[in-house]
Design a protein around this ligand. Structure first.
Ligand code: ADP
Ligand code: MG
Length: 692
């Protein structure tokens, strides 16, 4: 088979003609670094300029696309020459020759370039106002002697923009990449494409960025989405093809597990014990485990992971524990060292930051089986990481990872047991379709002695009161987080950025030790700060939302979230979950700006109403609407580029049917018609590198 996989173009965008450092930076802000990323950038909308629509037919607010004759210029408004606004009169060359006024707010310069008597192609939004037809959002392009200007006669994609990017630049760069590839390699078997009326992969990628009609754009997106859903299910349901009979034995905990439990200063909650029993049963069954451990923030999932890890270690097998960020991986590694080292469990810590000789040595130890539990980030997937006998994979905050990252890791061993941990509940029906026969354990009860977090909304007027309340907490020896949505002031002057607030708070709390934390710091620096915070050497952290996931500092009792209305509910709940992690009374202050929108108001109200992550997830769906919650980069629990788990239920169903049949009839993907799937999995695994 020939062609290039569209995910395998790893050259940076700067390798394209015309993409300089500024554009590359703007692209990076959109998460687009390589040529492949560019191809996977999904237009957020399309402008249909494929057909001429006359002005006669246009409704109020509709965009038209037609050829016009310029009949005159005039000015209106303003008392002085400088304030007046240009008005261009045009007449439709199509239909009944309707007249239209183009209002050139801030564009008086058009007087010179748009000539009276000239013919132009117009694309603009029509407003009907008191019997007049007007247009203030428009583009005019001179009509060529023959044919149409290049922007017409087609469907134009509209991309999300950042910084120096414009639609013109992105379209140009997409075109450069598309024309540099002769053929994109096929990823779907012919029979499935026919059955579900899908395009070839090559057509799909091209039609997504340069659609010839709205219909072909739709077919293109469906094709790419179907591909994602098919490959996702091939992974999540891979064990269904296993023909090994399921044998369940009565499985008892090993002495090592019991010793760990006995060494804890508290006892396990009933839900923790029940989950452990379920997990043990799976681990000792002959079928690979596929289990989701869900529990609200602070419910104690990590401990369940460690105890169950010892079950596998006791059987002489290795365990991989993966966290979404270096910060979190390090925290888990430190905790594991405290909890498990006393029992002689051999631990290793592996992330991208571990380099050189140290890395080589570590990899050797892992390969030789001298390490029992390896804790790290997605670096655990690296091709060079070879396990001696990996038996169990634990993934913390699983919604943060792309599916294939799980694929890559789990394909390293025979099909190890898999435990996914998440604080973001997944509706059961959805989980079943996506993960096949995934089992679910839930931690409902919180560890005893926890007081519910008190959540308060704070307006600018009551800011001072909040500062005083927090000062009292400091006097009691407690700690706090102050979280802001952005790093430095780059124009939006109303946003309190971390750096300037860090200075401000120093004056508010003289003599109280603090530290600044944001994602641009070196990993080492972040970890040092976090350790100091944990040790109590730092009283409060001023931070961006890097502290959102998983950080566990029980002595912190105050969480201040500035511009709370700018965060999603899931993020707010995660942030709030950083406090209330001990028997101390904790507080969450949601500070809101003056420009509070209705959605913002609803979110803050929901946060005040409830401490329950499951309830909030439901509210989030209601407030945002289902189309918004999953399937978007960094927002959902699966990093899908083209498919949406809520809007594409029909495609999900079709992919699910296809996978069921495939696993039943050809689980090894040995038939010739499935070679295309086998090769795609081997040579261009889906979703790679899509970490948020
Ligand atoms: P999460 O579910 O959010 O990952 P963690 O595993 O980080 O929660 O646990 C939160 C805190 O609760 C940790 O400090 C942990 O040591 C503590 N903890 C876990 N289980 C119990 C328990 N049964 N009793 C008391 N504290 C517990
Ligand atoms: Mg956790």
């Amino acid at each position: 088979m020939e062609g290039t996989y569209y995910r395998n173009l790893s050259e940076p965008l700067t390798s394209l003609k015309g993409v300089g450092p500024a554009a590359a930076k703007s692209y990076r802000d959109l998460g687009v670094v390589t040529q492949s990323d560019l191809l996977q950038m999904r237009p957020r909308a399309f402008e249909d300029r494929s057909r001429v629509q006359t002005i006669d037919a246009a409704q109020d607010g509709q965009f038209v696309n037609t050829k016009v004759l310029v009949t005159g210029h005039s000015y209106f408004g303003g008392h002085s020459f400088r304030d007046r606004i240009l008005k261009i009169q045009v007449q439709d060359c199509e239909g009944s020759g309707a007249r239209l006024q183009l209002l050139c707010f801030g564009r008086n310069f058009l007087e010179r370039s748009i000539e009276v008597g000239g013919l132009y192609y117009l694309y603009g939004q029509i407003t009907r106002y008191k019997g007049q037809v007007q247009c203030s959002k428009f583009e005019l392009h001179p009509a060529p002697v023959e044919g149409m200007p290049p922007q017409f006669g087609k469907v134009l994609p509209i991309y999300p923009l950042r910084g120096s990017l414009s639609q013109r630049i992105i379209r140009r760069d997409e075109a450069t990449v598309l024309s540099s590839v002769a053929l994109f390699r096929e990823e779907l078997p012919d029979y499935l494409r026919q059955k579900y009326h899908l395009l070839s992969t090559d057509e799909a990628i091209r039609q997504l960025h340069q659609p010839s009609s709205m219909e072909s754009e739709d077919a293109a997106r469906r094709t790419l989405a179907f591909g994602e859903l098919l490959y996702m299910q091939l992974f999540t349901r891979r064990h269904e093809g296993s023909t090994r009979p399921e044998i369940r034995r009565e499985s008892a905990p090993y002495p090592l597990e019991l010793r760990l439990i006995a060494s804890l200063p508290f006892s396990l909650t009933p839900d923790q014990m029940a989950s452990l029993k379920e997990i043990r049963g799976d681990l000792d069954s002959s079928r690979p485990m596929n289990r989701l451990l869900q529990g609200d923030v602070g419910s104690g999932k990590t401990l369940v992971a460690w105890v169950s890890a010892l079950h596998v270690v006791s059987q002489g097998k290795q365990v991989a524990f993966m966290a979404p960020t270096e910060l979190l991986a390090r925290q888990h590694a430190d905790n594991a060292a405290k909890l498990l080292s006393p029992f002689g469990v051999r631990l290793a810590y592996l992330t991208g930051a571990v380099k050189g000789k140290e890395r080589t040595l570590l990899l050797e130890q892992i390969a030789e089986g001298n390490v029992d539990i390896i804790i790290g980030t997605h670096a655990l997937f690296g091709k060079e990481v070879v396990f001696k006998n990996l038996g169990y994979v634990i993934i913390d905050e699983q919604h943060r990872f792309g599916v294939e990252q799980r694929y890559a890791l789990t394909s390293k061993a025979e099909v190890p047991d898999l435990l996914l941990m998440t604080a973001t509940p997944i509706p059961r029906t959805l989980a079943l379709t996506v993960f096949g026969d995934l089992n679910i354990s839930t931690l409902k009860t919180m560890p005893p002695g926890r007081k519910p977090i008190k959540t308060l909304t704070v307006s600018e007027a009551s800011r001072e009161r909040m500062y005083r309340a927090i000062a009292t907490e400091f006097e009691r020896g407690h700690q706090a987080y102050f979280v802001y949505p952005r790093i430095d002031d780059t124009g939006e002057s109303d946003l309190r950025d971390v750096t300037s607030m860090y200075e401000y708070l120093k004056k508010e709390y003289p003599g109280v030790s603090s530290a600044l934390m944001h994602s641009k710091l070196e990993e080492e620096e972040k970890m040092r700060i976090l350790e100091d915070f944990k040790a109590g050497n730092i009283t409060y952290l001023v931070s961006t939302s890097v502290v959102e996931v998983g950080i566990d500092i029980p002595n912190a009792t105050c969480m201040v979230i500035e511009h709370a209305e700018r965060f999603g509910l899931a993020a707010l709940h995660q942030l709030r979950g950083r406090v209330g992690r001990s028997s101390l009374q904790s507080y969450c202050f949601l500070v809101f700006g003056n420009d509070l929108t209705d959605v913002g108001k609803q979110r803050l109200r929901a946060m005040k109403e409830s401490n329950d992550g499951f309830y909030l997830a439901e509210q989030d769906l209601l407030i945002r609407g289902p189309g918004d919650i999953v399937g978007r980069k960094q927002s959902g629990f699966l990093n899908l580029q083209f498919a949406s788990l809520t809007d594409d239920l029909d495609l999900l169903q079709q992919a699910s049917q296809a996978v069921t049949q495939l696993l039943k009839e050809d689980p090894g993907l040995l038939r010739p018609e499935h070679a295309v799937i086998r090769q795609t999995i081997n040579e261009s695994p889906m979703f790679q590198g899509s970490i948020a």
